[in-house]
Ligand binder design. Structure first.
Ligand code: M6R
Length: 614
């Protein structure tokens, strides 16, 4: 959840580290801190609150200039987000500094042991124990990397650790188990970070670190070993986007930019996967036709918005590929007795590829010999390494905490997978698959069209800024869209918002309807008459009880007009593809409403972009 940066090279480290933190702040923003090593001394500075507080403190009292340093933005797990608990943490001698992402589960026992041995711990964090353990390991001199390996051997849980020691002023050491850490390889300088956006303006050459590895970073080179000290195999890669992709590009918020980028993101995710003859090629799945034909069940695991993409995938997979499909919150999956076998395909959806719940679900499925496919947006992240195959979404870096363009590209990915399985298994005629693929190719222009008509949605959102609660209803794939609309509103506007299957309304939730309550209803295309007409009845039911109805329906759908206090038209598309156009107004709605309430939509309270703890 936290953001980590390390630097060693020839430039002023403080600048590089603070700029890197600014790019990683979306990962956590409870507090921030830096450490710089200069003239044989470690200087640290840390402040509660957003990075701006740290910047102010550094401007007031700049640390000595050095060319080696590290920094951290925190999402608090152990101890409140105050100056004391902010990272870096130092040992008793002030010669070792440590930053950390993750949770050290046996920290309490370690702290007890350290305190008994006379160490003075000044924070409530699990991290500080590591600084003191390193202190013990380094007594009488010694090698920081070797000390780190030994300390890692004593830790339980998930961690990325980065440390510096005055005894070796050219060295930054990182260690990784379960939490993300990548290396940026420069010329006479090297970087460590939670993700590449921290160093993308300096280098696009990166090294993916594996599980249980320690990296030594010096100006002239990078050495990676496992926890036993054996040389480790690493994967080098070149990042295919540049710094402009990680900047606001003239928008007030990343979220606005990311919403606007959706037509391109959808187009990019289709790119290279559709042959000239309209046939799909998904070699990235790394499954032979025979293996795909053997699959008898699909289980999708994901969290948050990615879970909503999974719910929509179920409809597409069952309809096109004719396979039973279960969708499960990743955090729940491994605690039930799901029935898996080598013919089960488990699909894990994660924008970041670092969500711990998703990773744990994948490992659980692996133990039961299921085939594993990831849908992921971040090259170099952990999920692709843990799966047999991966389908990358090409949304580009998503920086706003609330997921938007990643969601639309996840939908594209699941549509492609469902159609591809249908193609291989022959559950749909070739020309049916081809026709759907052609419609899919037209979706960027449809999404663009939705974006062009969003002013009334923004106006509506501003007018509802004083409301306390909004409900969202949908049927079929409109139900997950309703859940997604409610999630966006909760996380951005901090409002009570619930999504319901419209058919469930009468079984309880209708008691919530009171005069004036805004209810957003996602209406299926007219072509699905049964679904469509049923939801029109549901709209009448809530309207009869005084709800203010905000209806999202196909352009020209006159049948809903009499019952809509506000009508938002979206282009006509097939039912299964409709979430690509109906979700966009809900994103715009939540973003505008939250902005009207004065909230920072890129960094909503209590959240972090990538949830790397369970
Ligand atoms: O990186 P992931 O897709 O695994 O993240 C999953 C959720 O944490 C994420 O979708 C979260 O719900 C977003 N804040 C929603 O906007």
């Amino acid at each position: 959840m936290c953001g980590i940066v390390g630097y060693v090279g020839g430039r002023p480290a403080l600048e590089v580290v603070v700029e890197g933190l600014a790019r990683l702040e979306y990962r956590g923003y409870d507090s921030a801190g830096v450490a710089v090593l200069a003239d044989g001394t470690l200087a640290t500075a840390k402040r509660a609150g957003k990075l701006v507080n740290l910047r102010d403190a550094l401007a007031e009292e700049p640390p000595p200039a050095g060319t080696i340093g590290m920094g951290h933005t925190r999402w608090a797990t152990h101890g409140p987000p105050n100056d004391r608990n902010a990272h870096p943490h130092v040992d008793c001698t002030g010669t070792v500094a440590v930053i950390h992402n993750g949770i050290i589960e046996n920290f309490s026992a370690l702290r007890g042991e350290l305190e008994e041995a006379g160490h003075k711990l000044g924070s409530d964090t699990d991290t500080e124990a590591v600084a003191h353990l390193l202190e013990d390991e380094l007594k009488g001199g010694g090698d920081l990397a070797a000390a780190m390996r030994r300390v890692c051997g004593r830790l339980e849980g998930a961690f990325t650790l980065v440390a510096m020691h005055t005894g070796d002023p050219d060295l930054v050491v990182g260690a990784r188990r379960n939490s993300p850490l990548v290396v940026g390889v420069g010329d006479g300088e090297n970087f460590l970070a939670s993700d590449v956006s921290a160093f993308i303006e300096h280098t696009r050459d990166a090294i993916e670190l594996g599980q249980d590895q320690v990296v030594e970073l010096r100006p002239g080179g990078v050495t990676v070993t496992d926890f036993e000290g054996r040389p480790a195999e690493v994967t080098e890669y070149h990042v295919d986007w540049d710094v402009s992709a990680a900047e606001k590009g003239g928008y007030d918020y990343f979220m606005l930019k990311e919403i606007a980028e959706q037509p391109r993101a959808v187009a990019d995710t289709l790119l290279g996967r559709i042959g000239a003859d309209g046939r799909l090629t998904l070699d990235e799945m790394r499954m032979s036709d025979r293996e795909l034909r053997e699959v008898d069940k699909i289980i999708i695991v994901a969290c948050g918005t990615s879970y909503h993409a999974g719910l929509i995938a179920k409809y597409a997979i069952e309809h096109w590929a004719g396979l039973p499909c279960e969708v499960e919150l990743a955090s729940e999956f491994r605690y039930r007795d799901a029935i898996l076998s080598p013919t089960t395909l488990v699909i894990a959806i994660s924008q970041s590829g670092e969500t711990m719940d998703a990773l744990m679900a994948v490992r659980h499925a692996r133990e039961q010999k299921a085939k594993l496919l990831g849908i992921c947006n971040v090259n170099g992240s952990t999920l692709p390494r843990e799966c047999d195959g991966v389908l990358y979404t090409h949304a580009g870096p998503e920086i706003a905490v609330a997921s938007t363009k990643a969601f639309l590209t996840q939908l594209v990915a699941v549509y492609l997978i469902a159609l591809y399985i249908a193609q291989v298994r022959g559950t749909k005629w070739g020309d049916e698959v081809f026709a759907m693929v052609q419609l899919l190719e037209r979706m960027p222009e449809k999404v663009e069209k939705v974006l062009e008509t969003m002013e009334p949605v923004r106006e509506l959102a501003r007018s509802l800024a004083g409301e306390r609660c909004v409900l969202f209803l949908g049927r079929h794939v409109g139900f997950p869209v309703a859940l997604e609309g409610a999630l966006k509103l909760k996380e951005l506007a901090y409002m009570h918002a619930e999504g319901f299957a419209a058919g469930e309304l009468k079984h309880g939730p209708i008691a919530l309807i009171e005069p004036g309550l805004p209810v957003v209803v996602v209406v299926p295309p007219r072509a699905r008459a049964v679904l469509h007409d049923k939801i029109v009845s549901n709209i009448q039911e809530i309207r009869a009880r005084g709800a203010r109805t905000i209806v999202i329906a196909e352009e020209g759908d006159a049948s809903v007009e009499p019952y809509a206090d506000t009508l938002i038209g979206v282009p006509a598309v097939p039912t299964l593809l409709q979430p690509l156009v109906t979700t966009v107004p809900l994103q715009v709605f939540a973003c505008e409403l939250a902005t009207a309430k004065g909230h920072d939509v890129d960094q909503p309270r209590n959240l972090a972009k990538s949830v790397t703890v369970e």
